[in-house]
Design a protein around this ligand. Structure first.
Ligand code: SF4
Length: 269
């Protein structure tokens, strides 16, 4: 029943892409995905009309609102998600993501910790404060970028225990589609994955940070920089480690064609 309507949507989008004088934001990958996954449109838009508007938005003032609306629709579904029954029981609330829906730069972490679970926002604990300082050094405000985790619920801990545990591969696989929707809507120019767990959740690649960081990877044609999780820098305060993260961020700034001062180039040297 749904397929004929989707066929019409796809045909309209393809026509707009080929003939329109506006550049649609729908990538060829997204169009191909609509062809093969009819539920994609429903997951990423509340109505077919929104899917069309999302695809044709061209930098007009409505585009940003539309992205915010699309993210809100995903946020609503995440807020009531019980796919991981054990996490749905243990969480205080889901932690969806925060920042600019139209961000050029998007950071991906692994999962909410205790602070994030309490406040409902990613990266608000000590590691989050360090990320905010790194952003400031890059001349970004937190509101300029978008920040999300692979997992939207805090991994549960045995009663009476403290600290956080990393998400399991199954938990990450279960929650990953929400992150993919966020990336598809935001369409950042650059992604940054923070830590090996985030990389495993996003790419399904298991490797050491020594092997992964400091060079460009791609996710769905989007340049992806991999660097240490800020929590690592809290555990290891050596300037040499801070410098490694900073060098990764310098590469990100270069990729985004952001101005870099001499002072910025020399941090942690
Ligand atoms: S971790 Fe993700 S998939 Fe699992 S219950 Fe939470 S929101 Fe749903």
């Amino acid at each position: 029943m749904m397929q004929p309507a989707l066929d019409l949507v796809i045909a309209a989008l393809e026509t707009i892409r080929e003939e329109g004088d506006r550049t649609p934001r729908a990538s060829r990958t997204a169009l191909a995905r609509l062809q093969t996954d009819p539920f994609f449109a429903l997951r990423t838009a509340r109505t077919t009309q929104e899917a069309i508007e999302s695809a044709v938005a061209t930098g007009d003032p409505g585009a940003r609102n539309n992205k915010a609306d699309l993210l809100s629709a995903v946020r609503e579904r995440v807020g009531v998600c019980t796919r991981c029954a054990h996490l749905a029981c243990s969480r205080t609330q889901t932690v969806f993501g925060v920042g600019n829906p139209d961000a050029d730069l998007m950071f991906i972490g692994e999962a909410p910790g205790a602070d994030e679970d309490r406040q409902g926002e990613p990266f608000v604990g000590r590691a989050g404060q360090l990320l905010t300082r790194i952003l400031k050094a890059m001349n970004f405000a937190r509101e300029d970028v978008y920040i999300a985790n692979i997992l939207k619920c805090r991994p549960d801990m045995p009663a009476g225990s403290f600290g956080n545990r990393p998400p399991t591969p199954t938990e990450m696989q279960t929650c990953r589609p929400y992150l993919i929707e966020q990336i598809d809507i935001i369409q950042p120019s650059v992604l940054v994955a923070l830590g090996a767990v985030a990389v495993e959740g996003l790419l399904g690649t298991r490797a050491t940070m020594r092997e992964l960081r400091g060079r460009w990877h791609t996710y769905n044609s989007i340049p992806l920089m991999i660097t240490y999780h800020p929590a690592y820098l809290l555990r290891n305060q050596a300037s040499s480690e801070k410098r490694k993260v900073w060098e990764d961020m310098l590469q990100v700034m270069e990729r985004l064609e952001r101005p870099i001062s001499e002072r910025q180039r020399n941090y942690f040297l």
